[in-house]
Design a binder for this molecule. Structure first.
Ligand code: AKG
Length: 294
């Protein structure tokens, strides 16, 4: 079995079987074509509600919509786009992420708002949440296709007033799923990037609400906190670098799942090793090498 998976020592029958379970990117003979994440291709009609949102037209439709969102983002720090993902795409992502939940670590922790080192005088908040990281999400996942798509980047760049945004070069961050189980929460924090893009995949029956403070407000105890109530498939853009935000305690039986897309304003961004370890519990060689170069 192992030999078949590795692609050597297999019979012709084994090879045919392997092709059925792991389709190649273009298999003209069978008509079976898996679509892989590829920044040279931007067909998202099977992922996004392109018709309903007026995004099916070629040209500047995605950046036009982004500019519309920017007005709201600039005023309040937040902009939402209800019904962004197709219902069948949400179902497919929910099932895909559900299969990974057994290996997600949700050990409780206390963290500072910037995931810095916790010292005796630090202000911290409670976390009980985990992540499905980028390296756990396969290349043919709709999530990876959305993340690398030039259309999606156009939308986010226009919404944030940048000429262009870039995928993280980080092997585990940039594209993650926040996993908040019943009784869990995602504490008050600021992100490392200006904005964070989230898409609700599974919402909590009770609680599990994304809340944020107005831009620059340093203290949730005195700030006018804004709740965001999302339905599955909704897209949210939050100025997470300047608006403190959290996810309140999840009630009921369901684990809350949110797809998080982080883009950088320059290519090659990789998270700092210490911060990465605190948030995701591990690093990769790329983090260590980038950390040593800093
Ligand atoms: O899960 C969410 O809705 C929010 C995630 C979040 O706060 C973040 O990724 O910075």
């Amino acid at each position: 079995m192992c030999q078949v998976a590795l692609g050597w020592g297999s019979t012709d029958d084994d090879k045919d079987h392997t092709r059925m379970t792991a389709p190649t990117s273009a298999d003209a003979s069978s008509g079976h074509r898996a679509r892989f994440a590829d920044p040279e291709h931007d067909d998202l009609d099977d992922v996004v509600e392109t018709e309903a949102l007026g995004l099916a037209a070629s040209g500047s439709a995605w950046s036009d919509l982004g500019r519309l969102l920017r007005r709201r983002l600039d005023t309040t720090g937040f902009a939402g786009l209800p019904g962004f993902l197709r219902a069948d795409a949400v179902r497919s992502l929910d099932a895909e992420f559900d299969r990974l939940l057994d290996v997600v670590d949700v050990t409780p922790a206390r963290r500072t708002a910037t995931a810095g080192a916790v010292t005796a005088g630090s202000t911290t908040s409670a976390w009980r949440a985990g992540h499905i990281t980028r390296d756990m999400i396969p290349a043919h996942s709709l999530a990876q296709r959305l993340y690398v798509s030039p259309r999606c980047k156009e939308l986010i760049a226009a919404a944030t007033g940048l000429d262009r945004v870039f995928e993280y070069a980080d092997p585990i961050a940039g594209l993650v799923v926040t996993v908040v189980p019943p009784g869990g929460c995602y504490g008050w924090h600021l992100d490392h990037t200006d904005v964070v893009v989230t898409i609700a995949i599974r919402v909590a029956e009770v609680g599990g609400v994304l809340e944020f403070c107005p831009p620059g407000e340093p203290d949730p105890a005195t700030a006018a906190i804004q709740p965001v109530r999302s339905a599955v498939g909704d897209l949210q853009i939050l100025r997470g670098g300047t608006c403190l935000h959290r996810v309140t305690e999840v009630g009921g039986d369901d684990t809350r799942l949110t797809l998080v897309l982080g883009y950088a304003d320059r290519p090659g961004v990789i998270g700092e090793p210490d911060r990465t370890r605190r948030i995701y519990g591990r690093v990769t060689e790329a983090h260590l090498l980038a950390g040593a170069r800093r």
